[in-house]
Every structure is written in C-alpha cells, then in structure tokens.
Design a protein around this ligand. Structure first.
Ligand SMILES: [Zn+2]
Ligand SMILES: [Zn+2]
Length: 222
C-alpha cells in the first residue's frame, strides 16, 4: 500500500467503493468487444484485420479494440483524462495485457498517439504513452515517444461528426526522422477511439516513413 492511499484512497470509478479503480462487481460489468471490426469500413472482420477490399497503400493492417466505451470503461477513461489520475494507467494496461491477442505480430515498436504540446502541458501526461510504456515493458517492445509529433492543435474529435473527424485530423501528425522505420512493425496505442480516424491518420504517416505493418491497439471503442 502506498502512503498516499491512506489520504486519498482509491475508489471504484463507477460505484465509489473504496479499494480499487474497478471493484469486483464493476469489473464484471466491463463489456469486452467480442467481434472486432475492420478499421476502414467498421464492418465485422475476423481478428480486426483490414478487409482485403478495404486495403489501401497506407491503411492500417488491423485494429484491436479491447472494450466498448461505456460503463466502467467510460468512467475510467474520464477519470484518467479529465481528473488527471495517471496511476490508473497501470490498471487499464493490465486489462489490455490480460486480453492481448496472440495473433498480433511481434512488434518492433509501440508508438503512442501523441498529444499536441499545448494539451500535453495542460494535462501533464499523455495517457496513451502511459499505456504504451506499461504494455511495452511487459511485452518487451520498445516504446518510441516524441518521434511521431502532433504538429496541429485539432478540435476535440468528440465534438465532431464522423465525416468531419477525418478532415479535422488530416495533416495533424509528422514523423521526426530520428528512427528509421523501414520494414518495421508498429503497434499504435490509443486510449479511446470512436471512428479510428486518428489512428488511421497516424498510420498513414508511419507507413509513408517506411513502416510495413501497423496495427491500432485501443483500450476503448465506441
Ligand atoms: Zn464498483
Ligand atoms: Zn473493411
């Protein structure tokens, strides 16, 4: 037990019970995604791989989304993002690791979806990077941070309709040529994704920079 827990005990993000961010009964209410979808057309797809007919030169190879963005998952993301509780990342990362699919390729790097500098300064941490760090440590995959840069401060995707999201995020990212991505397999980590437009745009930049295989790994979808 951490000394801070005495003064600020962890509470269930859903029912408020003291002890953990997910109490046993709320943990049970997490709705895991049973049928993964193609990141391009959002129709069902085995293992979340991009349909052959949907593949373009720079599209994602597939997406693994852990849980639906509702109930305890939605509450956890909210606490993580807006109440700035960074230590919840370990719990979320463990949920991903407990369900990490064996069909995913052995990645060379994990890359977190970056925040814009301004948002980063406001929040003090990038929630996707915290997830990537914990997953990377466990799976022995190097995390590349500050290599994919968010150069455009975009409007919050949550406020936008599906069509506008792609436009909003277009040209928002840039690859700093510090690391050669030629032939590399990348796992792109994001905490929550609704239409996969952000991970898709990141993927485009990584593939243009030489990556051969890019999967999106997102904690929550919906
Ligand atoms: Zn609870
Ligand atoms: Zn498709």
């Amino acid at each position: 037990m951490n000394i801070l827990d005495l003064f600020f005990p962890k509470r269930c993000v859903t029912c408020g019970k003291i002890g953990n961010y997910f109490c046993q009964s709320c943990l049970f209410k997490i709705e895991y995604i049973k049928h993964q979808v193609c990141p391009v057309c959002s129709e069902n797809s085995i293992d979340g791989t991009t349909h052959y007919k949907c593949q373009k030169k720079y599209s994602l190879d597939g997406i693994f989304a852990l849980a639906h963005f509702k109930g305890p998952v939605k509450n956890a993301i909210h606490v993580f993002k807006y109440r700035l509780v960074s230590d919840i990342s370990g719990y979320l990362a463990n949920l991903i690791l407990d369900n990490y699919p064996s069909f995913l390729p052995k990645f060379d790097y994990f890359i977190p979806v970056p925040l814009h500098g301004k948002r980063m300064r406001e929040r003090g941490f990038n929630q996707s990077k915290l997830l990537a760090d914990q997953i990377g440590r466990k799976l022995d995959v190097e995390v590349l941070d500050n290599a994919l840069i968010r150069k455009k401060a975009t409007k919050s995707q949550a406020e936008l309709e599906k069509k506008e999201r792609m436009k909003n995020i277009l040209g928002a990212f840039e690859w700093e040529q510090k690391v050669n991505l030629k032939g590399k397999k990348i796992g792109l980590i994001d905490d929550v994704s609704t239409t996969f437009s952000t991970v898709s745009e990141c993927c485009k930049i990584l593939k243009r920079s030489g990556a051969t295989c890019v999967w999106g790994i997102v904690f929550a979808h919906g």
